[in-house]
Ligand binder design. Structure first.
Ligand code: PRP
Length: 175
């Protein structure tokens, strides 16, 4: 099956406005602290790059590539493909992801960072699909709550395509 772009779901300008708001909210909540912002590669790249420039704190940056194990597990298992470099012990960590879907990635990553001794772990996701949740998690900072539609652009892919698009689009079958 091949898919092509259907409609714009969230325009670049609306993403920018919301990222400004999230950055302001994070800056206020972490006032006086030096959080570690962790980018979950690869989907979060554009969101992360925009968000950290809207955080008016001495935030430090890092990245991690993970993959949560499939449908058989509910939370625990997380495969770390490329680990972060920061020792998070005693640090306030903000996990930045493009989307919370089943919730497995976020929950497993939060558990792992807590086990490593992080003082606090919060999540910031641009998109949230609450109807797809398998494990219980509520993002601390969420850009947009969306219906269960396949979306691409602004970091999100289908078959590794469309990550570079500035807007977020829905897809349709190419008939
Ligand atoms: C996607 C997305 C989240 C995760 C969300 O990553 O970027 O990290 O899945 O899904 P979940 O809530 O069901 O765990 P993916 O593994 O597709 O990698 P990518 O970021 O490289 O696209």
């Amino acid at each position: 099956m091949n898919y092509v772009l259907d409609k714009i779901l969230i325009k670049e300008a609306d993403i920018r406005r919301r990222v400004d708001e999230l950055g302001a909210q994070v800056s206020a909540d972490y006032c006086g602290k030096q959080p570690v912002a962790v980018c979950i590669l690869r989907g979060a790249i554009p969101f992360y790059a925009d968000l950290i420039r809207r955080i008016s704190l001495p935030v430090t940056v890092d990245t991690i590539t993970v993959s949560s194990y499939g449908s058989g597990t509910t939370s625990g298992a997380l495969k770390v493909i490329t680990d972060m470099r920061t020792d998070v012990k005693g640090k306030d960590v903000l996990v930045v992801d493009d989307i919370i879907d089943s919730g497995r990635t976020s929950v497993a990553l939060i558990n792992m960072l807590k086990e490593r001794g992080a003082a606090s772990v919060k999540t910031c996701a641009l998109l949230d699909k609450p109807s797809r949740r398998v494990v219980e998690i509520k993002g601390d900072y969420v850009g947009f709550s969306i219906p269960d539609e396949f979306v691409v652009g602004y970091g999100l892919d289908w078959d590794e395509k469309f990550r570079n698009l500035p807007h977020i689009y829905t897809l349709k079958e190419d008939k």
